[in-house]
Design a protein around this ligand. Structure first.
Ligand code: ATP
Ligand code: ZN
Length: 287
């Protein structure tokens, strides 16, 4: 019987390429000779990888040419294909926003009425306009949307923004956001059995990597009379590990801290009497 492999489509080159390959690597999936290939495979996980333009990924996954794919939500929702999102991946963050010339006034969507909007996202823009009962002319262009007003092609743009510096350089200001986007793992609907087991295995690993990124391992020294207060500050995966130090009256405390509460906790731990605090990145976290 032929061995089951899961086929994943990722961006061939561009903003999502490196993070996609890195994510697979962090999941322990090594890819053979990635450079300048259309397709490669892994030696240590039953996976084939297709390198495609991001715009084509939803279609390939809907058709089942690839089983799963990594693509930005912006592209996914623009293409409107019949695939489902398995997992948000936390990279490739950006937003799809309207931008107008810096010197123009903006009070709301009604200011866009009758204007010409240049965008690579005609489907999403049209949908948003109709939700807001606004009417405008949409000009679809495939790249360098931000120069359209400068060359007289449009009055406004609707384009991807991360820092906003590209807009600024082109004399534009962001006025309204349609969509907040990040890279997601998508899947074809129709597979199950062995292939689904492979997808679940991958998702399990992705979650371990994601959790690890959000947490830090922390070690500190505590005088025994302060231990109770210090332990109360630490959630840990179960409860913190406490080990006696060679110096009597002192213990070493080990725990895991979430990055959202990290700095605040560190300060409280110091106030509670903790010393010699060490913080270490976690590579994988399986709960
Ligand atoms: P391709 O050749 O694959 O069609 P592309 O030029 O369409 O590439 P990239 O510019 O590489 O695409 O962007 C890929 C994705 O990265 C975007 O669709 C979006 O999800 C994400 N992204 C994150 N930040 C930004 C940003 N500041 N500008 C554009 N895309 C961004
Ligand atoms: Zn593209």
């Amino acid at each position: 019987m032929e061995k089951t492999v899961i086929r994943i489509a990722i961006q061939k080159s561009g903003r999502l390429y490196e993070d996609s390959v890195k994510l697979l690597k962090e999941c322990g999936i090594d890819l053979r000779n990635v450079k300048d290939r259309l397709k490669t495979e892994s030696d240590n996980f039953p996976m084939e990888v297709f390198f495609l333009r991001d715009d084509d990924i939803p279609q390939y996954v809907e058709d089942g040419v690839a089983d799963i794919g990594i693509v930005g939500e912006n592209v996914l929702y623009e293409k409107n294909k019949d695939v489902s999102v398995v997992e948000k991946l936390g990279f490739g963050k950006c937003r799809l926003s309207f931008a107008i010339p810096k010197t123009d006034e903006y009070t709301g969507m009604h200011d866009l009425a009758g204007k010409r909007i240049a965008t690579s996202y005609p489907f999403l823009v049209k949908k948003y306009l109709s939700e807001k009962n606004a009417v405008a002319e949409i000009h679809e262009i495939s790249g360098s949307v931000e120069i359209a007003p400068g060359i007289g092609l449009s009055d406004i743009v609707c384009d991807l923004v991360s820092s906003g510096s590209t807009l600024l350089m082109n004399g534009l200001k962001e006025v309204e956001t349609i969509l907040h986007s990040q890279a997601v793992l998508i899947r074809n609907h129709s597979f199950n059995g062995e292939k689904l087991k492979l997808l679940n295995k991958l998702v399990f690993r992705i979650n371990a990597v994601k959790k690890a990124k959000h947490n830090k391992y922390i070690l500190l020294n505590a005088p025994n009379d302060k231990l109770e207060d210090i332990i109360a500050l630490l959630p840990g995966m179960k409860s913190p590990t406490v080990l006696p130090l060679a110096e009597t009256g002192w213990s070493s405390v080990h725990s895991v801290l979430n990055e959202d509460v990290f700095w605040e906790k560190i300060e409280k731990l110091k106030e509670a009497g903790a010393q010699g605090i060490l913080v270490i990145p976690i590579e994988k976290m399986v709960i």
